[in-house]
Design a protein around this ligand. Structure first.
Ligand SMILES: Nc1ncnc2c1ncn2[C@@H]1O[C@H](COP(=O)(O)OP(=O)(O)OP(=O)(O)O)[C@@H](O)[C@H]1O
Length: 363
């Protein structure tokens, strides 16, 4: 078993709380991702797992064993380095052999272990090549083979593909996900890219200033963000978050320009969140009269199109409703022009409610 557990782990650097009372469990064979803005404590958590840092308080367990005082070598957790750096002057095979040669493992053992890991990663046929002759995906597999040849309990990656261009990043993350599934080994992965976190991870932990704000499967966090902080971090375009007040029918936002007919709206909601893809937009009909009593849920409220961004498969429309700006994500390339009047609506069930401190409220 290679589950990794943090129990109330805190790590300070001087006055900086790099990791603040973190508790989580990474399950055996899980692809677990830490995601957060710069300086939120992601790398420090990896360093604590590796044993390069010691917690000021709290406990770390790997496979059920407390490791606070266990050296990095004895923890048997492998790091796959940023940009998957391979030694350019060595063949892929020598790269993979390297950690074992360094540890003076017997030659027969080295051969067997390299063959084993090469078979798992399907790279047996490319081991004779130098890194320069490998594709990006092959290099990635070789770098992972080098980390795994010692048969670690888990492997860690710190923003491994951030240096690649956008297209290659997309391909590489698919490959990474595939590799992790095939290997079935615990992977702790750090990224500052929300789309990457969502796409690769079985579960994500979201960090803010060293604190874990929410942990869960990507879809779960996306659909039920625990706070405005988390809601803003996941999703592109970002969730629309608007100040709101309770009304007789439900809630109002944007000085009444948006009304949600939702009797179940919590009384203490001070902000509502609308995902761009949940906002429906249709042309405002000739002669249509804005009835102040109409609700967003039923008939649609008037809004003016501020700007239109056609992105091919979908279109981002920025709308002006009262003083508020909203972004809606529409499929395809609808015939919507700047300055046009449109009717916007949203299913009440898709509205997120947040309280005074930014925490999500149950309907
Ligand atoms: N060796 C160190 N000495 C002093 N402060 C440190 C050290 N390492 C990290 N910190 C501080 O701890 C906090 C967390 O840093 P950390 O590198 O873990 O964040 P991160 O989320 O990985 O950031 P990034 O995305 O920029 O890599 C930051 O405020 C950072 O300045």
């Amino acid at each position: 078993m290679a589950d990794i557990v943090f129990r109330n782990v805190t790590k300070r650097y001087g006055d900086t709380l790099a990791v603040d009372d973190a508790s989580f469990t990474v399950n055996d064979n899980e692809f677990f991702c830490f995601f957060g803005p710069p300086l939120s404590g992601k790398s420090t958590i990896l360093r604590l797992v590796l044993g390069l840092e010691t917690p000021d308080s709290g406990e770390i367990l790997i496979g059920g064993r407390p490791v606070n005082t266990v050296s990095p070598a004895e923890r048997n957790v492998a790091m796959v380095f940023q940009n998957l750096a391979l030694f350019p002057h060595m063949s892929a095979r020598d790269n993979v052999r390297f950690p074992l040669v360094e540890r003076r493992v017997a030659e027969a053992d080295i051969v067997k272990r390299v063959d084993d890991v090469a078979a798992k990663l399907h790279i047996g046929h490319i081991l004779h090549k130098p890194p320069a002759q490998l594709s990006g995906g092959e290099r990635q597999r070789v770098a992972i083979a080098r980390a795994l040849v010692r048969d670690p309990n888990a492997y860690l990656m710190d923003d491994p593909i951030s240096a690649l261009d956008a297209r290659l990043r997309e391909e590489t993350r698919v490959e990474l996900k595939r590799i992790q599934r095939e290997l079935g080994k615990t992977l702790i992965y750090v990224t500052h890219d929300q789309e990457e976190a969502m796409s690769v991870a079985d579960r994500i932990a979201i960090l803010e200033n060293g604190r874990i704000r929410q942990t869960g499967a990507p879809a779960e966090i996306y659909d039920r963000p625990a706070s405005t902080y988390v809601a803003r971090l996941l999703g592109s375009p970002m969730m629309n978050i608007l100040k709101s007040v309770r009304s007789a029918e439900g809630v109002e936002a944007a000085e009444g320009a948006i009304r949600i007919a939702d009797k179940a709206a919590p009384a203490d909601a001070v902000e509502i969140g609308l995902r761009p893809e949940d906002i429906k937009v249709r042309p405002w009909l000739d002669g249509e009269i804005s009835d102040g009593g109409m609700s967003v849920g039923r008939a649609g409220r008037p809004a003016r199109v501020f700007e239109v961004e056609p992105l091919g498969g979908y279109t981002v429309v920025t709308l002006a409703a009262g003083q508020a700006r909203l972004r809606a994500l529409l499929r395809g390339q609808p015939d919507i022009r700047p300055d046009a009047m449109v009717a916007i609506s949203c299913e009440p069930g898709r509205v997120h409610y947040f309280g005074q401190s930014g925490g999500a409220l149950a309907r």
